[in-house]
Design a binder for this molecule. Sequence first.
Ligand code: GSY
Length: 175
Amino acid sequence: MTSTAYLSLGSNLDDRLLYLREAVQLLHGDQHIEVSDISSLYETDPVGYTNQGNFLNIVVELKTTYTAEQLLSVCQSIENTLGRKRVIRWGPRTVDLDILLFNHENIETDDLSVPHPRMHERAFVIIPLVEIEPNIQLPTSGQSFNEILERIPDKEGVRLWKRKNGEDVFEHLES
Ligand code: GSY
């Protein structure tokens, strides 16, 4: 069975675009994953621990034959491959991959909560998500992400950094 998932990717260390590009390439290079859409790139003020550099954030849509748990394990392995350091909780990271949505499923295990429990309050997630998929709804409440976007604070902390152009899914990640 093929599932549709949305992931949030963020980087705020070293060459941020390179880390995002490599993470997307590693996802797409997996034989069970096809990256089917990528949002524009956004530069975003840090949320949570604010004494750190700005992030580059994107949201990607993918088709996968993995389960959500298997996809989580792939995401963690990509974070490790790209050298994510967890020196400070919520602090700077080479790359972070979070599963936002997996089909319309509600998943609650020891390791995984889907929909991502904080996604509806994070403009750096909702703005790129609505850009690539304006019509989806939050499975838990049925609320549309467009409605969530209208009410979300701190939208000015999310600035377009490189616009997605054209049909080629990967083009705007090239430097
Ligand atoms: O949860 C993802 C890592 N992260 C981010 C992020 O990706 N972007 C912004 N703007 N702030 C963040 N705080 C954390 S933690």
